[in-house]
Design a binder for this molecule. Structure first.
Ligand SMILES: [Zn+2]
Length: 628
């Protein structure tokens, strides 16, 4: 079959720009990079060659939801595709592994961490390797806007197996990110294909609104502007704004990462079918969502970087019809955005605590939740550090499992035990007597490895005789016999995170400059991504003949001194989440770290009481409290 005849198989009349070139490269066994804006047919670039190549192609994707949609679409075309992830049942898992082993599967979608699973590796080592595709490849670069440490193992994975070709795909990549990707996967210049991010059917505008809520209501009442996605900064904003819209009779729902998975799926489904025309969401919403007729994307709070602006606004008008991207800004947004960046930097004390807890040589079972909340370090920071330590061979991740279990027999124990051998009788009786406990304790009793113990507990469910829940994701780590010098490493990591912060700050300043000061937003965005485009004539500065102009700094009230007396009193009451100046500053600004979330500090009246004040001012004051 030729690429042209395969195209009809996918029901497409012709190739879109760059698709054919990308496909030709990978068919000729050359590693390639494709940068195509959202909605311009990224998936065909690997789906089509995958059915022409004899072998199993792996597609690495960051989100389970994204994989599900892709697999469903392929199955409808009678293409044998599957996903391999933690949500599969035991039966589904073994079917997928079997289809990989005998190379009958064309495409398998996996999350980066599943590649490491032994079962997957074993099955794939029997298969004929097809393509190795990395979707959302910008996650690989530290210079990208959504760096994911778990992506960093992919280049080595690709190099260590005999794939037909590697293909890295993304919708947004700056020249620097492209350089990173080309180096990681040995991609030649002529195999890098990219299109400028601006899309002529999206009219971009920026507005400095005095009353954002009123402006939003006016827009959303206009039937031509819906379906609409409204991006807001926080979970709280999503809920509050959605409630305000409801008061004005505008049908909308909120969506954020703090909602339970099934509630999120429900809201997403209602938005996709059109039942809910307006979604008020944090940036947790959108990746991999295929809703072609979104007529407007409104940033109620400005985006944090040029990359996120392009990605988020690119969810409008995927059907090619004319659509709108509107950013509402006021001068308080700048302080809020900077405060969030400052609050996301781990402080040195937290780093030192984490590293000293990881420094004991030998084997360790670590609960991710306990570690991150007790050291007050976010999970991405923890993962980043672990990756770094493992690439220096100071720590190795031996296996993944769970910290705790809870079991319940569904039949009388005597029925369950009958016919079992002595050893199993002992194990199951012990479990019956310790129904809610630590997996490691169970492993010791049952004389199993920790990972084996997790598997054993999971398999109990298959017998139909027990209920079992495992909780708190945990890692089995092995620390090198030389140990870790926590203090020196803490300094080094602190420097790394400070650089990262600078990088994020530059991106924030760049997008603010684009929105406020350039003569054409589309040309500025294209130039940021390495394209020299003429002015677009349809963005708001082009249309009005002038840019918005740099916003004046906001008036900031003086911080009432009694607040510091109060927080000092709170800290002295032994609130461990408020021991350090940075923790107090985060609390007063309403930007909690993991420890404050665990301690449910958001319920306190002082929480968030200084939001709107600049980080540096609040921190200077809490430092004084701590000294005093
Ligand atoms: Zn323009």
């Amino acid at each position: 079959m030729t690429p042209e005849s395969a195209l009809t198989f996918f029901g497409k009349p012709s190739f879109r720009p760059m698709q054919r070139q990308i496909i030709d490269s990978v068919l000729a066994r050359r590693a390639a990079i494709g940068v195509l804006p959202t909605g311009l047919g990224k998936s065909l670039c690997y789906q089509l060659p995958a059915i022409l190549i004899d072998g199993v192609s792996i597609v690495v994707s960051p989100l389970i939801a994204l994989m599900k949609d892709q697999v469903d679409a392929l199955l409808k075309l009678d293409i044998h595709a599957a996903r391999f992830d933690s949500s599969l049942s035991e039966k589904e898992r073994s079917d997928v592994l079997c289809a990989i082993e005998n190379s009958s599967l064309r495409l398998v979608f996996v999350a980066p961490e599943s590649l490491e699973s032994r079962a997957f590796s074993d099955a794939f080592s029997q298969a004929r390797p097809g393509l190795f595709v990395i979707d959302e490849a910008h996650c690989l670069s530290e210079w990208g806007h959504s760096f994911r440490p778990d992506y960093l193992a992919l280049p080595q994975y690709a190099a260590s197996r005999n794939f037909h070709a590697v293909l890295a795909l993304t919708a947004t990549a700056t020249p620097r990110v492209i350089d990173d990707l080309a180096r990681m996967f040995a991609v030649q210049k002529e195999d890098i294909f990219r299109l400028p991010p601006s899309r002529s059917n999206i009219a971009r505008s920026v507005s400095a609104a005095d009353d954002k809520i009123k402006t939003l209501e006016d827009i959303l009442r206009h039937p031509g502007k819906i379906p609409a996605i409204v991006y807001v900064r926080s979970r709280k904003d999503a809920e509050e704004i959605s409630a305000k819209m409801a008061c004005s009779g505008i049908k909308s729902k909120s969506y954020h990462a703090g909602m339970p998975t099934d509630a999120r799926a429900l809201v997403q489904g209602e938005f996709l079918t059109g039942e809910v025309p307006v979604l008020i969401a944090t940036i947790a919403f959108g990746m991999g969502i295929d809703k072609p007729d979104v007529r407007s994307v409104i940033h109620f709070h400005p985006p944090s970087s040029p990359e996120s602006y392009v990605q988020e606004s690119g969810r409008a008008g995927r059907d090619g019809l004319s659509s709108e991207s509107l950013v509402l800004i006021d001068n308080s947004d700048k302080i809020a955005a900077r405060n969030r960046l400052h609050a996301s930097v781990p402080d040195k004390e937290s780093l030192r605590m984490l590293l000293s807890r990881l420094s004991r040589p030998g084997r360790n079972i670590v609960s991710v939740y306990e570690m991150t909340t007790s050291c007050d370090i976010t999970e991405p920071v923890f993962q980043r550090i672990l990756f770094d330590l493992s690439s220096r061979q100071l720590v190795s991740i031996e296996s993944r499992g769970f910290k705790y279990y809870r079991v319940k027999p569904l039949f009388p124990l005597s029925t369950i035990l009958s016919g079992r051998d002595e050893n199993e009788k002992n194990i199951l009786s012990w479990l019956d007597a310790h129904r809610d406990s630590d997996v490691e304790e169970f492993a010791l009793t049952a004389n199993l490895g920790w990972k084996e113990a997790c598997d054993y507990l999971q398999d109990l469910v298959l017998s139909g005789e027990w209920q079992c829940t495992l909780r708190q994701a945990a890692l089995e780590l092995r620390v090198s016999p030389a140990g870790i010098s926590a203090n020196a490493l803490a300094d080094e990591f602190a420097d790394q995170f400070a650089k990262r912060f600078q990088n994020d700050m530059t991106r924030l300043e760049t997008i603010e400059y684009f929105l406020e000061e350039v003569p054409c937003i589309n040309a500025a965005i294209d130039s940021y991504f390495g394209f020299d485009s003429p002015t677009c004539e349809h963005c708001s500065p082009c249309a009005s003949g002038h840019s918005l102009g740099k916003l004046p700094p906001p008036d900031i009230s003086i911080i009432p001194l009694e607040i510091f007396e109060e927080i000092r009193a709170l800290s002295l009451q032994g609130k461990r989440e408020l021991e350090r100046a940075t923790q107090m500053a985060r609390f007063l600004l309403g930007l909690p770290g993991p420890a404050a979330l665990r301690g449910r500090l958001w319920a306190h009246p002082l929480y968030g009481s200084l939001s709107g004040h600049p980080w540096s001012e609040v921190l200077a004051a809490t430092q004084a409290v701590n000294r005093g």
